[in-house]
Design a protein around this ligand. Sequence first.
Ligand code: NCD
Ligand code: ZN
Ligand code: ZN
Length: 434
Amino acid sequence: EELRADGLFLLPGAIDSHVHFRDPGYPHKETWRTGSAAAALGGVTTVFDMPNTSPATGTVEALRLKQKAAEASYCDFGIHGLLGDDTIERLEELLEAGVTSFKAFVGNTFGNLPAPTDGALLEGFETLAPLGIRTVVHAENSSILFRRQKKMQEAGRIDAMAHLAARPAVAEIEAIGRVLTLAEWTGARVHIAHHSAADSLFLLREAKRRGVDVTAETCPQYLLLNTGHMAKLGGVMRLNPPIREARHNQPLWDALMDGTLDMIATDHAPHAPEEKTRESIWDCDCGFPGVETQMPLMLTEVNRGRATLMDYVRWSAVAPARAWGLYGTKGVIAPGAHADIAIVDMARQGVLSQSRLQSISRISPWHGRPVQGYPLHTLLRGRFVMRDGRLVEDAVGWGRSVKTVQKMPTPRPRNTEHYSRAILETPPGVPPTA
Ligand code: NCD
Ligand code: ZN
Ligand code: ZN
């Protein structure tokens, strides 16, 4: 049956640099099948999966388990390997075995992975810089967070605002500054995950001005929600970094507009409904699903005149394709190539409903939100994975690693010579002259 596309828009399929598909380890929260089905229904053709699965993606054996699980994927995928103290000796081995990039949890998060020490981060960056491989960083200073959180709990402030106060923006600002310093002095490529605070944007601006190869994402929740929504949403809102005060929303939009922030990712972080609805907000797991709702939410803002459709394409596809080196052919980066396409209806109106989500985690802060602008069809390498708003079940397993199908060019090695010299200025073992 022929496809009518008059009145519709053809966009490059969205590339989501930040999802947690939970498999191996937590299939009661999400699986590759359900997570990637959500992506297909959200107009997303490529995702990058985070390593805080169980086992964490820091060994080749763990990677093999993830690659096996991902055989059920409806979308193409990259896999971020874990950069931590006990994985820095294995980074090259992991790259060889199929990871596309790395993730460092510089701060406490789901899965309780120990944050790399600053020395390990430095060494990891030194290894990856000449290879041109980018590292995603969750940047929050745990020692600030933990002290504050402990105080709040001792004071008995077990409520929504206490959670927020326990994760102050200064923890994010401090960690971003530290990571950018290490990136500058090693020449490493870095990517700041879920940037949430207005106050740290100046660090990104300055680093970019100085020539640091840093990219950064923010998420719809940081653009569109704030503490004003907490009373209504409670434990659903629990998220790291937290959704902040309303004063942060507009500066994040401005930063997307001027290129300080490069892209939209979702931090699709599903947890089972019972893990999100516990009585005390402190007992609720952090994070919520997002890969399926990003496009309608953002297209709604386009319809409101807050950004142009071209801005949106830049944030959802062009910038991530460049950051990760996707769709490369003879040096040309062309998102949407291989017919990875979202066909959207900008006029269609509706209300987001969590009961319609493909994700196992049915709890969404977007439930009940009116939107205008929906993906209707999603094509991955020329094949429908969503048609007329419905999942094409047969396309299960059509997703592939981006390393095999998107002709990821070997990243251009960076000339990092002057950086390494700077670090080694004082060779170990040479006593300082009196
Ligand atoms: C994420 C998760 O659940 O894996 N949770 C979250 O609140 N964002 C972890 C993370 O992205 O840090
Ligand atoms: Zn994170
Ligand atoms: Zn995340």
